[in-house]
Design a protein around this ligand. Structure first.
Ligand SMILES: CC(C)(COP(=O)(O)OP(=O)(O)OC[C@H]1O[C@@H](n2cnc3c(N)ncnc32)[C@H](O)[C@@H]1OP(=O)(O)O)[C@@H](O)C(=O)NCCC(=O)NCCS
Length: 167
């Protein structure tokens, strides 16, 4: 298999033996990326989402031993409150959590936000997802508002919008 293109973002891992590296989603790794996404999130992502993620510098995946173990995907979006860097997907495989990978993904969000000169990052999170809400709060996000019935096929269906300023 060809080595996937490496994105600029990399840092030493909390596991001393491994360096963390974000790669692009490519035709070679899309299968393991799909497996990761379906194992992490209760919502299913469309083929369009995966197409948009491929060879896109605003999406990064961590691949270890041929297996995708973390994903981050962001996109500039216009909302009523203005233009933001929207976090479309953000997750770590359950076996690899609490080892600094989520923080590493957040560095990528910050890097892209600054590069694109966007004032805020924004995301939707299921109201029951206490771990993620706490994780985001610890990294400068605040709950902005509640969006009832945001998710069509999840229980609970409600989401919080969380935002954080880049400056
Ligand atoms: C939210 C999520 C991305 C966090 O990922 P993660 O890899 O566990 O994140 P980190 O390891 O960087 O940090 C999580 C906690 O682990 C702990 N931790 C981090 N590195 C550690 C280490 N080396 N040793 C021990 N504990 C560590 C920290 O206590 C940290 O908590 P903090 O917020 O107090 O700093 C992950 O739980 C996840 O994928 N959840 C499911 C998907 C999801 O809900 N995504 C959000 C949708 S909106």
């Amino acid at each position: 298999m060809e080595e996937e293109e490496c994105l600029s973002h990399s840092s030493p891992s909390t596991d001393n033996s491994l360096e963390l590296r974000l790669q692009r989603v490519t035709a070679e790794n899309i299968k393991t990326v799909r497996i990761l996404v379906s194992s992490i999130f209760p919502v299913s992502y469309s083929d369009k989402f995966y197409q948009e993620c491929m060879n896109n510098e605003l999406t990064g995946v961590v691949i270890r031993n041929g297996e995708a173990i973390a994903i981050v995907a962001v996109k500039p979006e216009n909302f009523e409150t203005g233009r933001v860097l929207y976090i479309r997907s953000f997750g770590v495989h359950p076996r690899h959590r609490e080892a600094g990978l989520g923080s590493f993904l957040m560095d990528f969000v910050d890097e892209k936000g600054k590069l694109l000169k966007l004032p805020h990052a924004m995301l939707h999170v299921q109201t029951s997802n206490k771990t993620a809400i706490e994780f985001y709060k610890n990294r400068g996000f605040n709950v902005d508002c509640l969006v009832p019935q945001y998710y069509q096929r999840c229980s609970p269906p409600d989401a919080f919008i969380m935002r954080k300023p880049f400056h």
